[in-house]
Ligand binder design. Structure first.
Ligand code: GLU
Length: 417
């Protein structure tokens, strides 16, 4: 069993230390950039229905606010049984680098509850989300800290949080992003992360002369990010040969119809049993012969244990921290190009920023405006990272960290703390 807490913290620390060294940052400067502004842990009591009886359960909830030198804290809220302070701390740091890299006026935060949302019914999930919001209300705020969906949460969870917060603060649409459209959500937000992953995959593929029709793509994870990545890549002409969810994978060397896969999941709740595709395990899926591999599930999926078996030429990190730092080193030695998480999946928080701006201005944009702004900003960010990488002869991850850390460090220094 992989210790997610160690993987996240170790991996994040390793990437940061490497960048700090190149940027010649010293003791206290490093300490300031590494440490959280505030770490909050709460107990969330919920009455659960179990075997026909009502029982009180307590869940552990977290919000880590890492850095707000460049603007309000920003980051998702995760519901997953493995959630713990170490993981949330590392993911909060990653949000700081993401918002800085894409140059939006936010800092970084992350929250979570250690819970398996699939074990709760709708009423219990609502109670859990409302209680979490009540207890976190003193530290979140439209100009302080703005939560959003992440693994295990969705627009409905954001709607409950918005409603709960509004009971004491008045109707505040900008308190969360990733809301339903009817409550001030942004057109394009739901698909933005996957759409952005596909856009950046296409740019990186072009750079290594991979043509869509000749590129076999494997996607691990078919949740919001994985499914929208698949839709967008398929529409660009890429051949998706394998997909997976928590139950396992499915593959067809001739290509999988994404419409068909989506319809199957809508009917059955899983990809398993997809007509015309053979079942494979999640582990086998990662090792398939392909040109492009997109890990779009949890952290720590490519490790020392399977790195030698990876066959892709290009890995696009749709998930946060899917590659451990040891595996990253080995992939680099093997000449495999990686579009790192802080760049690859930044379309999500970028669209969140657009949602927040629309909420503050009370002026909604149409989907085309959101997605074309998203594409332009992502292209510019990718180009800046790519140029720095070739100037300095470093990989995309090192270049992305350097750009992001430099921005945060400057803001910290200018503000004088
Ligand atoms: N949870 C997403 C992420 O990890 C989005 C965060 C946000 O929109 O604030 O980037």
């Amino acid at each position: 069993m992989i210790d997610k807490k160690c993987i996240c913290e170790e991996t994040q620390r390793h990437f940061l230390e490497r960048a700090f060294g190149r940027l010649k940052l010293k003791g206290a400067q490093r300490e300031l950039l590494l440490s959280s502004f505030r770490e909050t842990r709460i107990t969330v009591p919920v009455t659960l229905r179990h075997n026909g009886e009502n029982r009180l359960h307590t869940f552990q909830g977290y919000r880590v606010q890492h850095n707000h030198a460049r603007g309000p804290f920003k980051g998702g809220l995760r519901y997953h049984p493995d959630v713990n302070m170490g993981e949330i701390r590392a993911l909060a740091q990653l949000m700081t680098w993401k918002t800085a890299l894409v140059d939006i006026p936010f800092g970084g935060a992350k929250g979570g509850i250690s819970v398996d949302p699939l074990q709760l019914n709708e009423t219990e999930l609502e109670e859990l989300s409302r209680r979490f919001c009540q207890k976190m209300a003193p530290i979140i705020g439209v100009h302080d800290d703005i939560p959003a969906p992440d693994i295990g949460t969705n627009p409905q969870v954001m709607a409950w949080m918005l409603d709960e917060y509004s009971k004491t603060h008045g109707f505040r649409t900008a308190i969360v992003t990733g809301k339903p459209l009817e409550l001030g959500g942004s057109a394009g937000r739901l698909e933005a992360t996957g759409y952005g992953v596909a856009h950046l995959t296409h740019k990186a593929a072009e750079d290594i002369s991979l043509k869509p029709e000749q590129s076999r793509v494997v996607i691990q994870g078919f949740g919001n990010v994985g499914s929208h990545t698949a839709i967008a890549l398929a529409s660009k002409g890429y051949k998706i040969i394998a997909l997976s969810d928590v139950n396992g994978g499915v593959m067809n060397e001739a290509g999988i119809s994404i419409d068909h896969a989506l319809a199957h999941v809508a009917d059955n709740g899983t990809l398993m049993g997809l007509h015309g595709a053979s079942p494979i395990s999640n582990a086998e899926l990662l090792e398939l012969s392909c040109e492009i591999l997109v890990p779009a599930a949890l952290e720590g999926t490519i490790t020392c244990d399977n790195v030698e078996a990876i066959q892709a030429q290009l890995i696009v990190e749709a998930a946060n921290m899917p590659v451990t730092h040891q595996a990253d080193e080995r992939l680099q030695q093997r000449g495999i190009v990686i579009v790192p998480d802080l760049l690859a999946n930044v379309g999500g928080v970028l669209a969140s920023y657009y949602e927040w701006v629309q909420n503050l201005q009370q002026f909604p944009w149409d989907r085309e405006t959101v997605l074309s702004r998203l594409e332009n900003r992502l292209s510019r960010t990718y180009d800046a990272v790519n140029i720095l990488a070739s100037e300095r002869q470093i990989n995309l991850r090192c270049a992305a960290y350097e750009l992001a850390i430099r921005r945060v460090e400057q803001a910290v220094r200018l503000r004088g703390f």
